[in-house]
Ligand binder design. Structure first.
Ligand code: ATP
Length: 482
């Protein structure tokens, strides 16, 4: 099946039916742009996290991890610039009562109407970026009027003025606490603690996986843009004069890391350098790794040079020295950041792995062709029939092997149906106990992708699962690239 918009609807329903992703608080009608991960979703997510974590903190001996708290002192967000700068623009249509980002309205309008006129497109974009940079909201409104942009639903031009909107969620208490909008500040505020406790020497990195919260104005597209999401971030502290070297290094390594998943076509990935007018408030250089989602190329990871922006501001606000002392010299290190959205990566992997395959007999099989090392369940064990002692043998094998691997035992349906269900959740290997097992201690092993079957000895099961689904092979491949 071609992956059209309809395929995306199918994906959302597959994710729900098979226990990967549920809408949050569904029994109360749901909560916009918030989702829960179900039993297989959480396993897949944990496996992605494990791969990222090991890629960062195990393959790089100079990168260590932390797990900082979501709530932080409110001065953190003054120092980081989020209180003043972490704003989006918004505009309302008075007829539809819908809220939009004016920059997005303009971009979508020119994509649709000027795709055959790249010069005009460039001209409008450049004016938009200039106005954004100068914070000239009045000119952006004029641009909307000049382009005669209508509400996408009501088709009217009855717009309000443009306003700023801070995207942090504030907690109503005396101390003005915020839910963190990025995990990075937990790393910066622990810079001295980590450097001292672990005796880190420049260059070194601190990695963290955790929840972030942003009050997104337009939060659509399933788990692509959520109000509560998870980030996998790494801040790499360097000598200021080595900024370009390390920026290029991390751009290159992170791009290769994504390609190593081998999801469908390499053409689905792009590495895009930001022009200077389009950088976040903390960055002096930045690039995005983009993935080709059904709604176009979109960012999944950002690589930024934050220079000394954060540590310098934290020094100022906290009055504590956040420096490196080297041979009587002291300096604030520069920082290269790699910031990956776990949920967006999950969506890219899920989208590219989900297939409707036409079999030789004309039947369609739905199969989630996840990389084997990411699959929620590594192996399934079934008895061929529910009698003659076969379930007991299968259960014994299951109980022995489950110590080392995430397994699934099932005997509820016919073998064909059990295979289909495991295909739909992406289980790489299925083992079936049949009458031959009783005399020979062998089982059949069926491979998810090729659907080929062969017989193996029971003693081999654990080793085969480890070899085929463990992280070792992929980490080794990655280690050659680093
Ligand atoms: P966008 O331009 O798409 O809003 P961003 O440039 O604001 O993203 P960053 O601040 O660089 O994003 O955050 C790093 C990563 O965190 C992004 O590459 C993305 O994968 C993820 N991310 C950011 N906002 C969200 C969100 N609302 N929902 C899910 N993931 C997000």
């Amino acid at each position: 099946m071609k992956k059209t918009g309809l395929f995306f609807d199918f994906l959302v329903s597959h994710a729900k039916i098979y226990g990967f992703i549920f809408p949050s608080s569904e029994i109360y009608g749901g909560l916009n742009a918030v989702y829960d991960y179900g039993p297989y979703g959480v396993e897949l997510k944990n496996n992605i996290k494990e791969f990222w974590w090991k890629s960062m903190t195990q393959l790089h001996e100079n990168i260590v991890g932390i797990d900082s708290s979501i709530l932080m002192h409110s001065d953190v967000w003054k120092a980081s610039g989020h209180v003043d700068e972490f704003n989006e623009l918004l505009i309302d249509n008075k007829d539809s009562k819908k809220r939009y980002r004016p920059d997005v309205l303009i971009k979508e309008h020119i994509e649709k109407n000027f795709f055959k006129n790249p010069k005009k497109k460039e001209e409008i974009l450049s004016r938009l970026y200039q106005s954004l940079k100068k914070k000239d909201l009045f000119d952006i409104k004029i641009l909307i009027d000049e382009l005669e942009i209508c509400d996408p639903i009501y088709k009217t031009k009855n717009w309000t003025e443009i306003r700023h909107f801070n995207m942090m969620f504030q907690i109503k208490n005396k101390r003005n606490l915020y839910l963190r909008p990025e995990t990075a500040q937990g790393i910066f505020s622990n810079f001295q603690n980590v450097k001292q406790s672990n005796r880190m020497k420049i260059p070194f990195g601190i990695a963290q996986i955790g929840k972030s919260f942003r009050n997104e104005i337009i939060a659509r597209k399933f788990i692509f843009r959520m109000r509560e999401f998870e980030q996998m971030e790494m801040q790499f502290f360097i000598l200021p004069k080595e900024e370009i070297k390390w920026y290029e290094y991390w751009k290159n390594i992170r791009f290769k890391w994504h390609l190593i998943f081998n999801l469908e076509d390499k053409k689905n990935y792009k590495l895009c350098e930001h022009d200077h007018d389009h950088l976040a408030h903390y960055a002096s250089a930045g690039s995005d790794i983009e993935y080709h989602f059904p709604f176009g190329f979109q960012e999944i990871e950002g690589i930024h040079s934050r220079r000394d922006f954060d540590l310098k501001n934290h020094e100022f606000f906290s009055k504590k020295k956040l420096r490196i002392f080297d041979f009587k010299k002291n300096y604030i290190p520069y920082v290269i950041e790699t910031s990956l959205g776990l949920d967006r990566l999950f969506l890219a992997i899920f989208y590219s792995s989900l297939k409707k395959e036409k079999l030789k007999n004309g039947n369609i099989r739905i199969v989630l062709k996840l990389p084997y090392y990411l699959s929620p369940i590594k192996g399934a064990i079934f008895p061929l029939v529910k009698k003659d002692g076969l379930p007991e043998i299968a259960k014994k094998i299951f109980n022995n092997v489950k110590i080392n691997h995430k397994l699934f035992y099932d005997q509820k349906e016919s073998i064909g149906r059990l295979y289909r269900r495991q295909d739909a959740i992406g289980t790489p290997l299925c083992f079936t106990v049949d009458y031959k097992t009783i005399d020979t201690d062998t089982v059949t092993i069926r491979d998810r992708d090729s659907m080929l079957q062969k017989r193996i000895h029971i003693k081999e099961i654990s080793k085969i699962i480890e070899k085929e689904t463990g992280l070792e092979k992929i980490l080794k491949k990655l280690s050659y690239l680093i």
